[in-house]
Design a binder for this molecule. Sequence first.
Ligand SMILES: [Cu+2]
Length: 258
Amino acid sequence: MIKPAGAWILAVLVSSYVALCMAGSMPPLTTHPVDLTTKPPMKLSVESSVEPSVKGSVEDEKHHHAHSMTMTMTMTMNSDGIVMNTNRQDLPWGCESISQDFEFDVRAGRGYAKNIPGMVFGMSQHEYNVVPCSRIAVTFTNEDEVRHQWMVHGLPNYLYPTGMFHLEAMGGKSVSGMFIVPPDHQTYLIHCDMAQHMEKGMKGQLKVGKGSGDLWSIPKVSDTYRRSDYLPEFTSTIMSLLALTVFFVTLYVSRRKG
Ligand SMILES: [Cu+2]
C-alpha cells in the first residue's frame, strides 16, 4: 500500500536519482563484475633464472656441461630487424632428437587489437601449442610503423643466453628465426618488450606439452587481473528510461489510490 503522499516522495526521489545519474554524480545501479577469483599477478621476471631441470645422473650432467661449452650467443641485425639466439640444431638436455617441426607465421599490429577491450596492440596469435623437444620456426611480421618484438622467456640459459629467444621487426618488416624447446611440460611467456606494449596487448604464451598452466592476461586466452570495467555506451540511457518508468508507474498507482 502506497499512500499518495508516500508515492509523491518516492516519485521525487526517483526523478532526483535520474537527474543525478545524468549529471554523472552517482554511480550507476549496476557495476560490471570484477572477477576476484583471478590469480594474483604472476612474477614474470624478465631476467631468466632457469636451472637445467634435467633428471639424469651426475655423469650425464658432466657430459652435458662439456657440450654446453661450445654454445655461443647468436645475433643477426639488419634493416628489417633483429634475430637473437636462433637455434637450429643444438638439443636441450633431455632431448634425444628433434621431435617435430612447427612453423608459425605471426603478424603483429594495432589491427589485431581492434576487438579486444582495453588493448592497443595485438598479434594474429596469442597462444602456441607445441610438443616437447620440438623445433619452432617463427616468421614475425610487423604491420605497424613502430617496432615490435616477439620474445620468449625462460628457455634454458645454457642454450639461450639470458634464457631468451628474440625477434624484433621494424615497422612493416618481417624477420625469422627458430629455436628448440626443452622436454619439460611448461608454459613460456611471449611478449613485446617495447614500453607498454605487453600491457596493451602484446602478450602470449607458448605451451610445451601440457604446459604449466595459463599465464594471466593473455588476450583471447585468459582473464586480465582486473578487467577493464567498460559499460555499454547506452547504459545511462537504459538507466534513465528505467527510472522514468518507475516514476510514471508510481504516479499512476498514486493517482488510482487517490
Ligand atoms: Cu610491440
